[in-house]
Design a protein around this ligand. Structure first.
Ligand code: AFD
Ligand code: MN
Ligand code: MN
Length: 394
């Protein structure tokens, strides 16, 4: 790919940040309140706007309902416009109400399933107000004991509940179905792997797509291969980027396994540049979203680092010599193919990124600019140190 094409692609890169990543969060053992952590949806939008101001590639923020539900949606929408930030994916919450102790859309009690469907239908109405394309669905549904429930009955409850929501999706919108191999249920999770999510999405229709959360796989699962398969099926809706060491740790994306992140971007760039226009347009519609909780690191700087790590992985993937790679692969030249991909991974793209940022009118070193801006000190002064407020149990 020539330099001009690489630069243009980098200028068009988009990463969505999660509202919940700006508020206090912690583990089941402890939440350490952070000075200046966002307490309200307004403050989360301010922080998201700061990340976009410093990078130029994070123009939207995902919301989580009801955590981020304002009294006045019109006011929130104009606040977003004033801060040059768009509202992105809408995430229903069907895992924190007491009624959901035994699950939501797979619950044995139809009135609980109805409650969950009703909440998702409300979120579809929110999408119409915020002009969001994506309804981002994750379910904690599962069981803790053998014999607790009937697997097939639960599968049918899930499918029927999703069908009820799917049929109300507005034109040009999508339902992104996220899977997770365990947690909070310990014996069985209803949407536990990409095959289950894909099967439901294929049964539901074109507007249902799979959401790949990097932290939602067992150790050593080859995620880039899953991405390639879903892309080829036209069923890759998007990502929840993060990093993991052991479980769903929601660490800063690209920090524990940068090669994995690069290989994921390699599949996306390869699909985007494909001569198969169905595949390339599908790849170009992928939602690149971060899903992280920053428990011990400064929130805005952590989100900045995440966006920059995605930018770097994408820049490296754009340097892959796909022609040479394909030739080596087809010749069965194992090490030449490996070296060709690794050459791109080893490319130092930092000088290029500094140039691209300068051309975009954003700081060439966003982290340094953020640290020198006094933003953290300003919001810490204004917001103090709240307990709670991020949404996740605190
Ligand atoms: C938790 C879940 C899942 C979901 C996110 C936001 O594991 O990743 O997407 O919360 O609701 O991280
Ligand atoms: Mn997620
Ligand atoms: Mn998760």
């Amino acid at each position: 790919m020539n330099q001009a094409t690489i630069v243009a692609a980098l200028k068009n890169q988009r990463i969505e940040t999660p509202s919940w990543g700006y508020g206090n969060s912690g583990t089941r053992f402890k939440t350490f309140p952070a000075a200046g952590a966002a307490r309200t949806v307004w403050e989360k939008l301010e922080d998201a706007a700061e990340v976009h101001r410093l990078t130029g590639i994070a123009p939207s923020v995902a919301l989580h309902i009801p955590w981020d539900k304002p009294d006045d949606w019109a006011a929130l929408s104009s606040f977003a416009v004033q801060h040059n930030i768009q509202i992105g994916a809408i995430n229903p919450n069907v895992f924190q109400d007491d009624a959901y102790k035994l699950g939501s859309i797979a619950h044995p009690d139809s009135s609980v399933r109805e409650k969950a469907v009703k909440h998702m239908l409300e979120c579809v109405e929110v999408m119409k107000i915020t002009d969001s394309r994506d309804l981002s669905l994750w379910f904690a549904d599962g069981t803790n004991y053998v014999g607790q429930d009937d697997f097939r009955a639960r599968k049918r409850r899930v499918r029927h509940s999703l069908e009820r929501v799917y049929e109300t999706l507005p034109e040009n919108s999508r339902m992104l179905l996220e899977y997770k191999f365990f947690e909070p249920a310990f014996y069985f999770t209803d949407l536990n792997d990409w095959g289950v999510a894909l099967n439901h999405c294929q049964a539901l229709g074109d507007k249902a797509q799979v959401l790949v959360d990097l932290g939602h796989h067992a150790q050593a699962v080859n995620i880039e291969a899953i991405v390639a398969f879903l892309l080829d099926e036209g069923k890759l809706g998007g990502f929840h980027f993060n990093a993991r060491r052991y479980a769903d740790d929601d660490l800063i994306v690209g920090t524990t396994n940068p090669l994995e992140l690069f290989c994921i971007y390699a599949e996306l760039v390869s699909a985007e540049r494909s001569s198969d226009t169905t595949l390339s347009s599908h790849a170009k519609a992928v939602a690149y979203m971060i899903d992280q909780s920053h428990n011990i690191e400064p929130k805005v700087e952590a989100m900045l680092q995440s966006v920059l790590n995605c930018q770097e992985a994408y820049a490296k993937a754009l340097h892959i010599d796909f022609e040479a790679l394909q030739a080596a692969q087809e010749a069965g030249d194992v090490l030449e193919a490996h070296r060709t991909l690794m050459d791109a991974f080893k490319t130092d793209v930092r000088p290029l990124l500094e140039t691209v940022r300068a051309e975009m009118g954003v700081p060439s070193n966003p982290i340094q600019a953020h640290r020198q801006s006094g933003y953290l000190e300003k919001v810490a002064e204004a917001r103090g140190t709240a307990v709670g407020g991020g949404g996740f149990p605190t």
